[in-house]
Structures are given as C-alpha cells and as structure tokens.
Design a protein around this ligand. Structure first.
Ligand code: ADP
Ligand code: MG
Length: 729
C-alpha cells in the first residue's frame, strides 16, 4: 500500500483549525514593529529625526556621525521589543529576499565587558560574504565582494527577534547586484520626468510618487500532502497528476465562504502584517479550488515592493503554524486557473493628486489625459520590453499557454475613453480656434468624470488595463518580485514623459502655440501612433493572436524568446539614458535570468525523471503483477477457456505495458536532449535548447503517467492525487 500518501491524507483530513487570538484593533497595532515616523520621533533626537526625514523626502545623504545617533535610537527601540539581532535585508537577483543575522552582542576577546552594541557603520553598510548570489559576471570571484547599503526610504522593521534593515546590494565598483537599486533609480527618474510635466498644469507640484497596489494570488495545501509530492517540494508545482473530475467548473469556490482552517490562517497572517505595517485589506477565495487572494491598500512603490517580498516570506512562515504550504507558482495544477500578481500602478503628486484620475475641471482632466495617453504611448513603444520584464519559466505556463493573460501586451481602456481618444484625434493641427477650444472643454475634457462613472466594462483578459484611476498590469507572475516589472514600467513612462515635455516645449517655442494647444497637438499624434496597442476584445482568442500579428505586436510565448528584448540596443539605451542601469547591469540580468530559466527547467526534468522511475514505474509493475497473478489463476481454473473470463485484465495488462514502454522511451529521449543541451557553450543556446528540445517531453511523459494513474489500483498509487491536493481542507 502507498503508506506515505495515506498517512499524509489521514493527517490532513484530521487537522483541526488552529485557533488565533486577536491582538487588538488593526488601527492600533498597525506598524507597531516598524521604525516608522512615530517610533522615530519617540526614539531619535530632533536632529537625527530631521536627518532621516530629509533623506526620505529629498534624498539628502546622512553623515556617519548622524548615522551613529540614528543607530542608537533604533537599537533602543528594537531592544525594548525584545530584539537581539539585526540584519541587512536585501533582494538579490534570485528574486527572493536575503538576510544574515548578527547579534547586537559584543565582548572583548577575554570575555570581559559584554555589551549590546549597534553603531552607525553597522546601520549604513554591511558586507555579507555573499559571493554565491547570482551576479551575471559583474563580480569576478577573486573580487567577489558586494556590500549592502541602508535604504532609509523603506523603514526598518522587526521580525521575530531580529531588526531588519532594508538595503540595496551593490558591488564595490558600484553596479547594482539586486532588484532594489535599479528600482530606486527608476523611481527617481519618473519623479523628475513626471514632476516637470505636472508643472504644466500646476506650478506647485514638487514631487511625483509612483504608487503600487499589488494583488497576490496563491494556493494553500496541507503541508503533509505537499510533503508527499516530490514535485511540489522541489519545483513548487505538480509535474504529474490526472486532472480531478471536479475542478473549478461549478465555480463554487470563487468568492465562496472561506474554510475555517484557511480563515484562521488568514487572520493570523493579517495580524503579522499589521505589526509589520503591511496594509492588507482584502482577502477572498479565487477561482480555482484552494486558491486565494490577498490585496493591500496601495503604497509608494518602493515600500510596496518591499512589503510584497516580505509578505511572501511571512506567508510561508505563518503557514507552518497552520500546517499549510503556500504555493506561489503561476501554475501549480493543470486544468485549473493559475496565479498572478496584478500590479495596480498610478502616479501621485505631493499636492495630493492622482495623475491618472480624472478631475473636476477641464485643466485637471487635460492633465489626466496627458498622463493617460503618455502611459499608453510608453507601453506602445516598449511593449516587448514590458513583456520581457515579466518573463520566467513559471510565468510561461500562464502567458502564452492556455491561460490568462496572453503573451501579447495590449492595453484595455474601455469604450468611453476610446471615444474620448477618437474625438481628440480630430483636433486641428497647430493653433486652435476659440470655438474648437470651447467645444473641447465642454464636450471632451469637461465630461470625463461622468463617462468614467458608468465605465463598468472590465475586461479580465487584458494584460494591461485602465481601471478608472490606475493601470493594472495583470501579466506579472505570482512568484515575481514586483521590482522587475515596476522598474521597467516606471522607466519607460519616465522616458516618454521627458520626450513629451520636449515636444510640447518645442511647439511652444518654435511654433508659438499656447501650452494647451501644444499639448493637444502632441497628444493627437500619440493617439494616432498608438492605436495598434489598444484592444478591447477577448485576449485569449485565436483571432486576437492573428490580429496582433497583423498589427506588428510581439507575441513571445517563452522566456528565452521574450528576454532578448532586454538587451536590444533600444532597451540598453533606454536604461542608460535614464541612469537606471548601465549596459553591464542590464546584460548581467539577462544572463542571470537565462541561467535561472535553464536551472528551473533542468530541475523539473530531473524531478520528473525521478518520479517516473521511482514511483510510477515500480507502482505499475506491482499492479501488473497482480493482474498477471489474476490471469494465471483464471487459467488454472478455467483452462483453455480462461481468456473469455480474463478479457478485461488482459486488455489492461497490454495497455499498461504499452504506456510503460512509451514512458521509458520518452524518458530516455528527454535525458538525451538534456545532455545535448548541457553540452552547448552559451547560456542563450542552452536556454533555447531546454525550452525547445527538453521541455516538450514533459507533457508527453505526463500524458502516459497520468493515463497509468487512471488504471492502476488506487491503493497502490504513491503520489497524492489532484482531488486530494485540491479538496482536502
Ligand atoms: P480589483 O482589481 O480586484 O477589482 P480594486 O480595483 O478595488 O480591485 O483594487 C485593486 C488594488 O488596486 C488594490 O490593491 C488597491 O490598493 C490598488 N489601487 C487602488 N488605487 C490605486 C492607485 N491609485 N495606485 C496604485 N494602486 C491602487
Ligand atoms: Mg485587480
């Protein structure tokens, strides 16, 4: 009998909901483990507090002496909450977070003078011996040093008994080795670019902050069941398993009542989030069985990115207490929906305006249209790069597969705004007559808020949709670090806004147009140039793929194909021009992502091979022997007439043997393809070989294994089945 599977099932189905005690009103506990403004005012001297504030608000450097004072206050605050260790918390190019804990504790070599210490130098800079993080050739191994440097714009926080200090991770030559450093540079680029454009409409704007509200989808399964599946443990998804009879077709899970065990997990998680200052707000069941979603109130992008990374870590830790495992993979199960991470994005001014929200006056609406159309233009110019920013082995199972959204980047804006753009397209060239201006004011820019109110059409198949007061980038993978896509999006929009400003200024200076006339003129041309990126129809349809090809939109279905756009001349120039990444930094990331792709597919291939050899085939042999015994017995009893009574058994025996033969043949072919791929010299060639020559075997192998699952005695089958993984609670 398949003991491990049945023991896991027994454990999972007897699992009581873990009780969770409320720890106080959310508004009262929110951020109590964060060294936030309130804590800083309490624990820092007025000078030290001012230094941090000007670093956060104006990017002013903090000197070492001041850092000492800040560290002192931070240590006092942390120790008052039972903290013993500190760590620089960073986001290396593995996509996850990293930490190395050091105790505050210090003593002299003979053990005298033990003391708790934490100085400015420990706060500001640390040198983790982090030579094993991917660096894409930026660091030679003999100079494998990188250092972490404090990012005061994301406040320090306490997790467990450790003080975590968000940091960037850079090489000694200054190149970014992480996801945060380029993000911070992109945010500063868009702040500069957007502030200048916002000043067209309001001279008082001094700062523009990109905002991000992510929505995180995930699956929860019992940890005993997860442990019973080698594929889930090692790859985060099921490589095999026949689809269960009941999946999501009844749509009885979506927004349904949340099972108690899960609800308790969510409550526990939300409490932790509150302490950490992660403003989670929404929780609900998603479409697939055992799939859920969590969404926060949006925040400044850098903080939101940190909070998402932290959350993913915390989710897994809290899950342990509830005997759950969180699956972040984009496609953990065949046959039911996968998971994504919608990135809701907008731009906010320091005067309290959302630049992507229509306002009350014609001027504020022209401002809205300016940022709205410029975003469309940016995406239209760099659709391929945006696609590249979300490419990964796991996200390939959504994009370009039979899953939401497609690999083609298009923008949904809704019928009403489409009409507004159509109208603006007819604006006269050059100076506008007073009658035309009045008409525009009354009938177009004056009416936007009304039209948006009844703009209820929400196209769920669009990868990039305007949803009333923000754009929603839906193609981001659920495992992704939001920094990659946000760095790209903010960079391309920054570039576009810079270009726009120059064009408007040129029309004003050279052609003597009024500013609003110039703006209308430039926007009109943008509307004409970007029509091909706008799409309102069904993004999953075959017709759209054909139509998109006619429009010249890219459709890269696999990571190796999609990533190439990152190192195009256009992309390299873009990142360099805006000081987001130099060529070395971009090329290093390209290399690292290809490498990661190869490793992921390689591991999946090996795990699949192991499972087939160690589980499927031996189990099937056992069942084959049972059948043989049975047939032999029938022959003993019935003599030459036995076949009449053993028809079905013989048929199954033949089918099983055929599937085993096929399995073995495909397995060998896959191993050969892997060997060939490993012998290639460049990482680019390897990635393509793994994608085109190795990966296709996964489905073929799975087909036969899943057929066997349907035939072999359930009592013998060692791998926990889909119905058990998806419906045990
Ligand atoms: P849904 O897309 O599921 O219908 P909502 O539209 O209500 O949900 O919002 C989803 C997410 O959008 C939330 O996480 C919210 O914080 C975020 N959001 C709302 N406004 C903004 C904004 N101006 N900038 C960035 N994110 C925003
Ligand atoms: Mg959404």
């Amino acid at each position: 009998m398949a003991t491990f599977r049945f023991e896991a099932l027994k454990a999972a189905s007897n699992r009581p909901a873990v009780p969770v005690s409320e720890i106080g009103k959310k508004s009262e506990i929110f951020g109590s483990n964060v060294f936030n403004d309130k804590a800083m005012r309490q624990h820092l001297t007025p000078e030290a507090y001012k230094a941090v504030r000007s670093a956060v608000d104006h990017g002013i450097k903090i000197d070492r002496k001041m850092a000492d004072y800040i560290a002192l206050g931070m240590k006092e605050w942390a120790m008052s909450k039972g903290v013993t260790h500190y760590t620089h918390w960073f986001q290396p190019l593995t996509g996850t977070t990293a930490e190395k804990h050091d105790a505050f504790f210090e003593t002299s070599f003979d053990g005298s003078d033990p003391v708790e210490k934490f100085g400015g130098s420990q706060l500001v800079q640390q040198e983790p011996d982090a030579s094993s993080f991917p660096n894409g050739g930026i660091r030679n191994t003999f100079e494998a040093r990188g250092y972490t440097a404090w990012d005061p714009t994301s406040p320090a926080f306490i997790f467990g008994t450790t003080l975590c200090i968000p940091t960037v991770f850079v090489s000694y030559t200054g190149e970014a080795l992480d996801n945060k450093a380029p993000l911070l540079r992109a945010l500063s680029a868009i702040d500069e670019a957007a502030t200048e454009v916002a000043k067209f409409f309001d001279k008082n704007v001094k700062k523009v902050t990109p905002t991000l509200g992510w929505e995180q989808e995930y699956f929860l399964i019992d940890d005993a069941l997860a442990a019973s599946r080698p594929d889930i443990l090692q790859t985060g998804r099921t490589l095999l398993g026949h689809v269960s009879a009941k999946g999501q077709q009844l749509e009885d899970h979506y927004f349904g009542s949340i099972p108690t065990r899960v609800l308790n997990y969510m409550r526990d998680l939300e409490n932790e989030c509150m302490l950490l200052g992660i403003p989670v707000k929404t929780r609900h069941n998603e479409v697939a069985p055992n799939q859920f979603e969590l969404a926060p109130i949006f925040e400044e992008t850098n903080l939101a990115v940190d909070h998402n990374s932290l959350l993913m870590d915390v989710m897994q830790k809290v899950a342990e207490r509830h005997h759950f495992k969180v699956l972040f993979h984009e496609k953990p199960f065949k046959g039911v929906n996968g998971s994504g991470k919608h990135n809701n994005w907008s731009l906010a001014t320091d005067t309290g305006i959302n630049l992507l929200s229509p306002g009350k006056t014609p001027t504020s609406n022209l401002q809205f249209l300016t940022f709205f159309i410029n975003t469309i233009k940016a995406v239209s110019n760099y659709e391929e790069l945006l696609r590249a920013s979300i490419a990964s082995a796991s996200n390939d199972h959504r994009l370009g597969a039979n899953e939401a959204p497609p690999a083609i980047i298009s923008i949904f804006i809704g019928q009403q705004l489409t009409k507004v753009l159509e109208y603006l397209e007819g604006v006269s060239t050059g100076k506008l007559s007073p009658a035309e201006k009045t008409d525009l004011k009354l009938n177009v820019v004056g009416k936007i808020p009304d039209v948006l109110l009844d703009n209820t059409d929400r196209n769920r198949t669009s990868p990039f949709a305007f949803t009333g007061n923000k754009f929603e980038f839906r193609a981001v993978g659920s495992t992704a670090n939001c920094a990659t896509s946000m760095t790209t999006l903010n960079t391309i929009v920054a570039k576009q806004l810079n270009d726009f400003r120059k064009e408007v200024e040129a029309l004003v200076e050279k052609d003597g147009l009024k500013k609003d006339e110039a703006i209308f003129n430039v926007l009109r041309e943008y509307i004409k140039e970007t029509k091909h990126i706008l799409f309102e129809g069904d993004g999953y349809s075959k017709e759209w793929e054909e139509e998109a090809a006619r429009r010249g939109l890219s459709n890269h279905k696999t990571t190796p194909a999609a990533l190439k756009a990152k190192v195009s001349k256009k992309a390299l120039d873009l990142f360099a021009e805006l000081n987001v990444m130099n060529h070395t930094e971009v090329e290093a990331r390209y290399e690292i992502e290809l490498e990661e792709y190869v490793k992921k597919v390689q591991i999946e291939g090996r795990v699949l091979g192991d499972i087939v050899r160690n589980h499927i085939i031996p189990t099937t042999f056992k069942y084959q022997n049972l059948l043989i015994e049975n047939i032999k017995g029938l022959k003993e009893i019935f003599g030459k007439d036995y076949e009449e009574y053993a028809t079905e058994q013989i048929l199954i025996l033949k089918k099983i043997s055929m599937h085993i033969n096929e399995l073995n043949a495909k397995l060998h072919a896959m191993m050969d393809a892997r060997k060939d791929a490993n012998n290639l010299t460049t990482i680019e060639e390897m990635a393509h070989a793994y994608c085109d020559n190795v990966k296709p075997y996964f489905d073929e192998i799975r087909y036969h294994a899943d057929k066997l699952e349907l035939m072999v005695d359930n009592e013998l089958w060692t791998l926990t089945k889909y119905r058990e993984l998806l419906f045990t609670r």
